[in-house]
Design a protein. Sequence first.
Length: 330
Amino acid sequence: MVKIGNIELPDFPLLLAPMEDVSDPPFRRLCKQHGADLMYSEFISSEGLIRDAMKSRKKLDIFDYERPVGIQIFGGDEEAMEMSAKIVDTVQPDLVDINFGCPVKKVVCKGAGAGVLKDVDLMVRLTKAVIKGTNLPVTVKTRLGWDESSINIDEVAERLQDVGVRALTIHARTRAQMYKGHSDWSHIQRVKENPRITMPIFGNGDIDSPEKAFEYKNKYGLDGMMIGRAAIGYPWIFDEIKHYFKTGELLPPPNMEDRIQAAQNHLNWSMEWKGEHVGIVEMRRHYTNYFKGIHGFKEYKQKLVTTNEAENLAKIFEEIRDVYSDYQMI
């Protein structure tokens, strides 16, 4: 069993990564149904929370069925981070996570996200500010370092643990790599094997199949792993990995009805949470992933992304069901 404060997770938990414009409540609900053990909100700007920005406040929405769930914040100002942690406390998630890993320029330029990897003292001060502002367990997600010549994750892990961080997720790339090139989990393994480190260490980066998850679990000896891009349009990845861990066998891929049902649930929950118009529009980016590799699906995808009424979308899904009723997944 893995513990983060008072949160008890199963042995070798699978975490859903916080992803901007992806990890909202409807998507988290799907991933929870398919085996995710711990999930996080999209990352939320500390400055936005303090300004009471509507978009930031909306991201605080969490629901009991998705627990345990963490809310992730980012920022480069100590006072703002402490204040935003107090705001997060009011909605009572299970933990607060700090994003020290986002490589996007507009975040890094504000001295936030992966930008603090160049200033570990600032990282520590920001972390202490968040811990001061909340009674919840505080965790961190970060990267190996700024670039190959400045990998400092060993120091970062020790210093974060020393100020009270309860778990650390490490994306096995540098900021300079962004999301390209290969992740190198050997650096995460070294952190885990450090006798000073007692908090759970989770690995992240390039886990896209049950076989790879099994290989990395055995090879690197970590406490669990976080899955991000591989779950987009494919929430079944969590169940598939757990089944493979348990049996050594691969589950059959989701059939066409599974995919249709998941996409429809995602759409319906998005409309419930965001309102019909916004839910329909923001769902459009997901259809390609749900129906990737399906022969002849282009015309139906075009219908799905150009239709503006919920009633008509339901009819399109029924048409897809009829046309693909005998479709065999490869």
